[in-house]
Design a protein around this ligand. Structure first.
Ligand code: NAD
Length: 321
């Protein structure tokens, strides 16, 4: 099938070419996002492959239908960027990758914890300059620390399993309790109890109107002095301006984030071309006990393999009817 592929990421091209066995699909890579200026590129293609930052609204669906597109293959789980009703009306099928390596994101959360706690980033910067001083690099043992997990879905469970291996006590908050966690010694608590008792809090719930700014001033007040907070879920789960105040007061001892509020505002732009201009985010980066990565939690070989094979299989299944 002729597929118009929208991505500026070199890893997408690499993994999709690798798994497009025997050139089954005729992939054309357009190194741009799908938007009103680029939509004409889809003319003559039966399939398009897009990501969550490609906005496919009713107007776009109209154009895609005129151009002969029959299937939209999303290489992500979320589909809030697609007008599903409009696609259905135009008989355009929408397929996605429901799950890809929850371990990838869970392990990234652990990487943030370990790096912040043992100050690996600071130590490495010193050693690079020939400075082998270990002053002010004291960390803490994870063994027997209380870890609060907010959201025990696919990623939250993978995270719990790793942290159990460190000998941590794990408490969790989720409106729906996952099977099998209590048997491993994980206790579900109220959100307040989790905030009060945790040495480390890791966010693994989705962003919804209910969870937006879940960690705000009121929540920070309830936490232990010097708490570590990790967010690999969605930026707006934390109210960044309140987090800055809590960092200043040293209420938050460590903050590790792979996602940030500004990202949501820019979600429909190409993030690879994104240079930070947001004043709040720049202020956050200025704290020595804050670690920020560029939404790369999912970025492992295994997850990329899962994303590319599932997407190509989705297109094949559609072709076969
Ligand atoms: P999931 O749907 O399997 O699990 C989400 C869990 O959150 C569910 O158990 C749900 O009941 C729970 N939840 C819902 N509302 C809640 C609330 N108010 N309080 C506490 N828990 C609540 O999702 P997942 O695959 O585990 O993904 C979790 C999040 O990780 C996603 O929403 C996404 O934002 C993020 N994510 C990040 C990356 C990355 O690269 N950093 C990659 C993939 C996913």
């Amino acid at each position: 099938m002729k597929v118009a592929f929208f991505s500026s990421k070199s890893y997408d091209k690499e993994y999709f070419n690798l798994h497009n066995q025997e050139g089954k699909h005729d992939l054309t890579f357009f190194e741009v996002s799908l938007n009103p200026d680029t939509i004409e590129l889809t003319n003559g293609y039966e399939a398009i492959c897009v990501f969550v930052n490609d906005k496919v609204d009713a107007q776009a669906i109209e154009r895609l239908s005129e151009n002969g597109v029959k299937i939209i293959a999303l290489r992500c789980a979320g589909y809030n960027n697609i007008d599903l009703k409009a696609a259905h009306e135009k008989d355009i099928k929408v397929v996605r990758v429901p799950a890809y390596s929850p371990e990838a994101v869970a392990e990234h959360a652990v990487a943030l914890i370990m790096t912040l706690n043992r100050k690996i980033h600071k130590a490495f910067n010193r050693v690079r300059e020939g400075n082998f001083s270990i002053e002010k690099l004291t960390g803490f043992n994870l063994y027997k620390k209380t870890v609060g997990v907010i959201g025990t879905g696919k990623i939250g469970i993978a995270f719990c399993n790793i942290m159990l291996g460190f000998g941590c006590k794990i408490i969790a908050y989720d409106p729906y309790e996952a099977d099998g966690l209590k048997e491993k010694g994980i206790q579900y608590t109220s959100l307040d109890e989790l905030l009060e008792k945790s040495d480390i809090i890791s966010l693994h719930c989705p962003l919804t109107p209910k969870t937006q700014h879940l960690l705000n001033n009121e929540a920070f007040t309830k936490m232990k002095e010097g708490v570590m907070i990790i967010n690999t879920s969605r930026g707006a789960l934390i109210k960044t301006s309140d987090a800055i105040e809590a960092l200043k007061k040293r209420k938050i001892g460590y903050l590790g984030v792979d996602v940030y509020e500004e990202e949501e505002k820019l979600f429909f732009r190409d993030l690879s071309e994104y240079l930070i201009q947001d004043e709040i985010l720049l202020r956050l980066i200025g704290f020595p006990n804050v670690l920020i990565t560029a939404h790369q939690g999912f970025l492992t070989q295994e997850a990329l393999t899962q994303i590319s094979t599932t997407t190509l299989n989705n297109i094949t299944s559609f072709e076969k009817g």
